[in-house]
Design a protein around this ligand. Structure first.
Ligand code: ATP
Ligand code: MG
Length: 656
């Protein structure tokens, strides 16, 4: 590898200061960085005091046996009690926890903290009745329903780790997760609403259960929520209706308190880079990390804010920033069942207008889709309640950032570009909205109490203006504890690359700009080597997206006889660009050359209708690389929509 781990190509000079009013009343100010730097453990101990502990810890961090961390050792607490009961006990029972919005128009439900408590207690009693005990695993395979959150919290209440499997996944993906974590019970529904029609869910559970049984693993019970009223096959020995078991259960349930390190859940990663890993999160540190960051980064004010995180609960963002962090903080939230374009393309904006959403957290992929459709759609709604915007999942291209800021944020709201992973459990790198002047495209700096850095091959911190590997140098509360059932893979995957230094290696490439602010540059596995220059996928994609005709772009390096690798780009055009015109490909190649230089000019640009994405909206570059190198495409089981690959290859063959 060359001395410079990644060629440093693009520049960004725009910055946006925090709004004065927000800065003045910010939950967290610049002081937090210093306090955390002077005593990190004391800083996190103070954050842990945000929670209710049955018994406080006697040691903040046990790092005697790295990389196996223990946080708040000896402490005892219950996650569900912290997310629900304590708010009711504090007189907040009538406060809305969720404004739930179903996909069919006018299908809505409001859940107060008191109602949430009743439902969680009933569900906990029903699960106990089905034989679920502390330590047993429960799989949750549901659409975005109130019952989904209730189910998660009921598991947490019982100390039974849940594993939520995205409702869009196939029975194969479900079966492999069921057997991997040996789930005793599966909670599902007859079906769910998707783009205006009812699609079945229960049959996939039946299939997955049969597959698991074929491998010698028996699921004991399936608890079924009735959502759509579709016909379902029924096995009396196994299947139980939610409305019979839960609705008839008592709403009295005394919760037990668990050790701070008691397992809370197992979440499988997106599988963007390979086979998903079962990431284990535990209780005390996780709840501390998510609740503190939600408070600090979203500047969340429980009395006045209406918070909406659009992530599916089958993704870690749904766990940390829709369930555990916000509920621990007593938030009032919006939860939406459907897709953004049903029944019309302005549905999200309509929901924001209706509920007066003040904090909005979504992913760049969604923002780029809205850019593609044009600003007339959001412009038709009153979005003036919004005061803060967040982004997660991928780098937000500067062009998408500016669009988000201007069109959705009315040019007045700060954007927090939050970097983290399933493994990190909590946000690690982000601006603080009352402190940091944001730059379009940069996640800026490590949070107070987090030591993140960009290092070179040898693990040395790179100087400002250079690129390298993103690492975390010391443990943090919500960090993963292991890969479920596979400590060796845990050590190998995250801790072997910089074993000498003891750093956590995240797998992402990053650079520090001249001010020392951090820019994420994509997976190191995706870095391209073109004639000896190491180029980042993110930078070339951002250059393409900055062209007025382009909505989305994905870039991969394909083997090339002369240059080693060549840049291949897949581009989705904005609706307003039509077919882009005859010379569109040449126009875009020149544009990239102008924006970042001849070395980055794509050898090939393919105009496509869609890109392959994971359930969390991340582009699966490894599949595009297969296309670019004319190979059979690899594992597509974690794609949100597996027909997309056919769409792309059909489109390409008809072009010839
Ligand atoms: P797998 O590990 O199975 O390949 P995955 O990495 O896509 O899947 P996640 O944990 O959902 O699974 O995603 C984390 C990754 O998402 C990060 O490593 C990073 O590449 C990307 N990411 C998340 N937030 C940001 C952000 N704000 N800026 C840039 N990249 C981000
Ligand atoms: Mg990953």
């Amino acid at each position: 590898m060359s001395e410079e781990t990644l060629s440093n190509l693009s520049r960004e000079d725009r910055t946006f200061e925090p709004p004065a009013e927000l800065a003045e009343h910010a939950n967290v100010t610049a002081e937090a960085y210093e306090r955390a730097a002077s005593d990190r453990e004391a800083f996190w101990a103070e954050a842990a005091e945000r929670l209710d502990w049955e018994q406080t810890w006697d040691r903040v961090l046990d790092w005697d046996d790295p990389p196996f961390a223990k946080w708040f050792v000896g402490g005892r607490l219950n996650a569900a009690y912290n997310c629900v009961d304590r708010h009711v006990e504090a007189g907040q029972g009538d406060k809305v926890a969720f404004h739930w919005v179903g996909e069919p128009a006018d299908d809505t439900r409001t859940l107060t903290y008191q109602q949430l408590q009743d439902e969680v207690c009933k569900a906990a009693n029903a699960l106990t009745e089905l034989g679920v005990k502390a330590g047993d695993r429960v799989a949750i395979y549901l659409p975005m329903l109130p019952e989904t959150v209730v189910a998660m919290l009921a598991c947490a209440r019982l100390g039974a780790p849940h594993t939520v499997v995205f409702g869009g996944f196939s029975s194969d993906a479900l079966a492999s997760r069921l057997t991997d974590c040996e789930a005793k019970v599966v909670i599902t529904s007859d079906g769910g609403y998707r783009r205006g029609s009812a699609s079945p869910l229960k049959p996939a559970v039946d299939e997955a259960r049969a597959k698991a049984a074929g491998e010698g693993f028996e699921v004991e019970h399936v608890l079924v929520v009735r959502r759509t009223g579709q016909e379902v096959d029924w096995d009396d020995a196994v299947d139980v209706w939610w409305h019979e078991a839960v609705d008839n259960a008592s709403s009295e349930h005394t919760c037990e308190f668990f050790d701070s390190e008691h397992p809370l859940y197992v979440m499988y990663t997106s599988g963007t880079t390979g086979k998903p890993k079962g990431i284990l999160h535990t209780t005390g540190g996780y709840l501390t990390g998510t609740s503190y960051t939600h408070h600090a980064i979203f500047d969340h004010k429980p009395e006045t804010d209406v918070y909406w995180c659009t992530a599916d609960v089958g993704w870690v963002t749904g766990h940390s920033y829709m369930v555990y962090g916000p509920l621990a903080n007593g938030a009032t939230q919006v939860m939406y069942e459907g897709t953004p374009d049903t029944p019309h393309k302005g549905r999200w904006w309509e929901i924001i207008q209706e509920y007066g959403v003040t904090i909005f957290y979504t992913a760049p992929t969604a923002i780029r889709t809205f850019m593609k459709q044009g600003r007339e759609i959001p412009d038709g709604f009153d979005l003036s309640s919004i005061r803060l915007l967040g982004s997660v999942g991928e780098s937000i291209n500067p062009e998408a950032y500016m669009w988000y800021r201007e069109v959705i944020g009315g040019d007045r709201c700060p954007i927090v570009d939050t970097w983290w992973q399933t493994e990190t459990g909590q946000i690690l790198i982000s601006p603080l909205p009352g402190v940091t002047a944001g730059k379009p495209g940069s996640a800026m700096t490590a949070m107070p109490g987090i030591e993140a850095d960009v290092v070179d091959e040898a693990g040395e911190s790179v100087p400002d203006g250079s690129g390298g590997y993103l690492v975390v140098k010391s443990p943090w509360p919500a960090m993963l504890r292991t890969i479920w059932g596979d400590d060796e893979r845990f050590k190998e995957t995250y801790w072997s690359r910089f074993a000498k230094q003891g750093y956590y290696f995240a797998g992402d490439g990053a650079k520090k700009d001249d001010d020392g602010d951090i820019w994420l540059l994509g997976r190191v596995d995706d870095v391209m080597n073109v004639s000896g220059h190491r180029l980042s996928t993110t930078e070339i994609e951002s250059a393409l997206v900055s062209h007025p005709k382009v909505a989305e772009a994905a870039v991969v390096g394909a083997a090339d006889e002369t240059t080693g690798q060549a840049v291949c780009a897949f581009v989705i055009l904005r609706d307003s660009a039509g077919d882009g015109g005859e010379d569109i490909v040449e126009e875009l190649r020149k544009h990239v050359q102008k924006e970042i230089g001849a070395i980055a000019k794509p050898r090939q640009i393919m105009i496509v209708p869609e890109l392959p994405k994971t359930r969390s909206g991340k582009i699966m570059r490894r599949l595009l690389k297969d296309v670019a190198e004319h190979r059979e495409v690899g594992d597509v089981t974690t794609l949100a929509d597996s027909s997309v690959m056919n769409l792309i290859s059909d489109g390409l063959s008809s072009e010839k």
